[in-house]
Write a protein that binds this ligand. Sequence first.
Ligand SMILES: Nc1nc2c(ncn2[C@@H]2O[C@H](COP(=O)(O)OP(=O)(O)OP(=O)(O)O)[C@@H](O)[C@H]2O)c(=O)[nH]1
Ligand SMILES: [Mg+2]
Length: 225
Amino acid sequence: MAKMGEIDAPELPKKVQPGKIDDTEGEDDADDKVIKIVVVGDGASGKTSICQRFAKESFDKTYHQTLGLDFFSRRIMLPHEMQVLVQIWDIGGQSIAGEMIDKYLTGANIVFLVYDVTNGKSFENVSDWMTVVKKNTKGSETPVRIILMGNKTDLEERRIVTVDQHKNFAQANDMVPVYVSAKTGDTVYMTFRQAVAEVLNVGLSKAEIEADIEIIQGSVVEQSR
Ligand SMILES: Nc1nc2c(ncn2[C@@H]2O[C@H](COP(=O)(O)OP(=O)(O)OP(=O)(O)O)[C@@H](O)[C@H]2O)c(=O)[nH]1
Ligand SMILES: [Mg+2]
């Protein structure tokens, strides 16, 4: 089992997609890079949906609140045959004031700070989340890449948070601004892939950035509810 950070992670039941190679046994392969992504933001902003879209290529329109956290993981292949196990810690929106938040953030390489573009409050609260993230990652050995992620772009007609607000906030706070839709899948996979590649200093060509899902090898593990 790959390293999951400093707290004991629950045993993850294995779920393998049909047609994909079950290589979870090789998770502690010494050649594998392991990248920890922590996903935070207000409740119902779409964090679990984004993780599910990336790890399972699926979307559930019913809201199931995350209590504590959920884990997802997916193995991706970067150029030069670099295998990366992407571990995702999906933090429930209610955990912002919880005692475990510092543990969840320990060892993060990347943080996705998610808000819902149709919900102004979720954008206002990004500041509070950012404060929590910065406070709990400031002693990190390597700099943590923080990505401001506006979700639900499929609901363009209901957008409240403007593109300028999004960009300005990201710029002022050293974050990378991105937009996604967990529902349509728009730019979800590409955002994960690019963030991981940048953390590992792997350059992606335009063709690679646009590379389709076929180039992925691997399997999916998810904690059942
Ligand atoms: N239209 C649309 N709905 C979405 C999108 N992403 C998530 N949703 C819906 O928004 C609701 C909340 O999504 P979740 O992914 O459960 O939200 P969360 O951020 O994990 O919430 P907590 O677990 O409470 O922190 C669900 O009903 C999803 O189906 C999206 O991109 N577009
Ligand atoms: Mg959730």
